[in-house]
Design a protein around this ligand. Structure first.
Ligand SMILES: [Cu+2]
Length: 121
């Protein structure tokens, strides 16, 4: 009996996944057209902790769907809803100590970063 239920659950899940991934254009796709990709350049940091902080801060901004920071290039790759802008994100990053684009972190915020996060300014 238990095995039969398990099989039913698995089968139902597989069928649902199949339906979702193969369904043609629908209302959701229309919404996704408004989602835009953007890149915020000049985001400074020096380690994995910075990456975590930068991405967490960016994702904390309303309308930010995804954020991925590349340390080597200092670029923050963003997926944004309409209304969310990289300017707002840059301001938030500066507040937590990271220079971002034209926004410079206040000295107090920079000084508050852990030693490993002290990037060159
Ligand atoms: Cu760091």
């Amino acid at each position: 009996m238990m095995k039969q239920i398990m099989f039913m659950v698995v089968a139902a899940t597989v069928m649902m996944l199949f339906a979702v991934t193969t369904s043609p254009a629908n209302g959701r796709d229309k919404l996704d057209e408004k989602v835009k990709q953007d890149t915020l350049a000049g985001v400074k940091g020096s380690c994995g902790m910075c990456k975590a902080r930068i991405e967490k801060t960016a994702k904390g901004v309303k309308g930010v769907r995804a954020a991925s920071w590349e340390q080597k290039s200092g670029r923050l790759f963003l997926t944004l809803d309409p209304g969310a802008t990289k300017t707002i994100i840059a301001k938030e990053l500066a507040k937590v100590g990271h220079d971002a684009g034209d926004e410079k972190a206040p000295k107090a915020a920079y000084d508050a970063l852990p030693a490993c996060c002290k990037y060159k300014r």
